[in-house]
Design a protein around this ligand. Structure first.
Ligand SMILES: C[S@@+](CC[C@H](N)C(=O)[O-])C[C@H]1O[C@@H](n2cnc3c(N)ncnc32)[C@H](O)[C@@H]1O
Length: 288
């Protein structure tokens, strides 16, 4: 199994409920940077009076942590294998009385009460592969008390224009690729630009078309973009990228373009939230 497949949920019936292999859950909970930053977000938002909900609780690691501080925790998970593991972890935590574990679909779950803090980590690069935005939309419409806090709270998507050598040993294979440690880096040809921003405490569109203008730092053929995201977990707590979560990702352009140093050009991106990088379209458009 490649690392990329390992990190990508399997959608058996295209219903938005992706499952991960258990080994990826183990990788996620042992990613110190990911876990400690999300715990900091919980520390900043949860008090003894907080009603907290985690959508997609996986092993239960964050629901259990939140329960050590909150009044009540709702933890929702649909995947039967990891649900059973969460159940055991919650029993072993000594916080079972505070946590209501619900087997259900986060895109339509109903809770017995509205919540003060809504937590969900279904993040993927640019929110393309996983249902983060759709799940947060459901939460915003159905689950939050007025003024509730969402974790994460904001996401900024960035891109750089680049040239990637998609040829290996004479074999050409242009495809999207996560920049896990050890993967060959592209040649960066522009500064990083903000392509779009999402506040997760309000509803966001399921489909996106974004434009951003770039100026070339070097002459040459631009054939790809390198995507990254800055996730604001809570005030002053930001996550960028690890091998486990949202590694910088190269995506080939629909068409390569030869450009000169200092030339300006627009990047148009068309994609669906909970779509796929393969179906996302990235293309360059010259200024008129
Ligand atoms: C990236 S994992 C994060 C798990 C855990 N929150 C953590 O941070 O360690 C996302 C979790 O959401 C669950 N999930 C994805 N889509 C879901 C849906 N529509 N309904 C319920 N759970 C879902 C997956 O099964 C997985 O356990």
């Amino acid at each position: 199994m490649t690392r990329l497949i390992h990190h990508t949920p399997v959608y058996e019936d295209n219903d938005g409920k992706g499952n991960f292999p258990l080994s990826y859950h183990l990788e996620m909970i042992s990613d110190y940077e990911r876990v400690s930053l999300f715990k900091q977000g919980i520390d900043q938002s949860v008090t003894k009076d907080t009603v907290f909900c985690e959508l997609g609780c996986g092993t239960g690691i964050f629901s259990i942590y939140a329960a050590s501080k909150a009044k009540k925790v709702y933890a929702v998970e649909h995947d039967s294998k990891i649900f059973e593991i969460a159940k055991k972890n919650i029993s072993a935590s000594g916080l079972k009385d505070k946590i209501q574990l619900i087997r259900g679909d986060c895109l339509e779950v109903e809770l017995p009460e509205k919540v003060d803090v809504l937590f969900s980590e279904m993040l993927s690069i640019w929110m393309i592969e996983e249902p983060q935005i759709l799940v947060m939309n459901h939460a915003v419409n159905q689950l939050l008390k007025p003024g509730a806090v969402t974790i994460p709270s904001k996401i900024i998507n960035l891109a750089e224009l680049c040239h990637t050598d998609f040829t290996f040993d004479g074999i050409r294979l242009p495809t999207s690729i996560a920049q896990f440690t050890g993967i060959k880096a592209p040649r960066i040809m522009s500064e990083s630009r903000v392509c779009n921003r999402f506040s997760l405490n309000k509803e966001n569109p399921a489909e996106v078309r974004s434009f951003a203008e770039f100026q070339l730092l070097t002459s040459g053929v631009v054939n790809s973009v390198r995507l990254s995201s800055i996730v604001t977990i809570s005030e002053n707590v930001h996550f960028y990228a690890t091998d486990t979560l949202m590694p910088l990702t190269i995506v080939p352009l629909i068409e390569e373009v030869r450009l000169k140093e200092a030339e300006r050009i627009f990047l148009q991106a068309d994609y669906k939230h909970r779509g796929s990088l393969e179906n996302a379209i990235f293309k360059l458009k010259r200024r008129k």
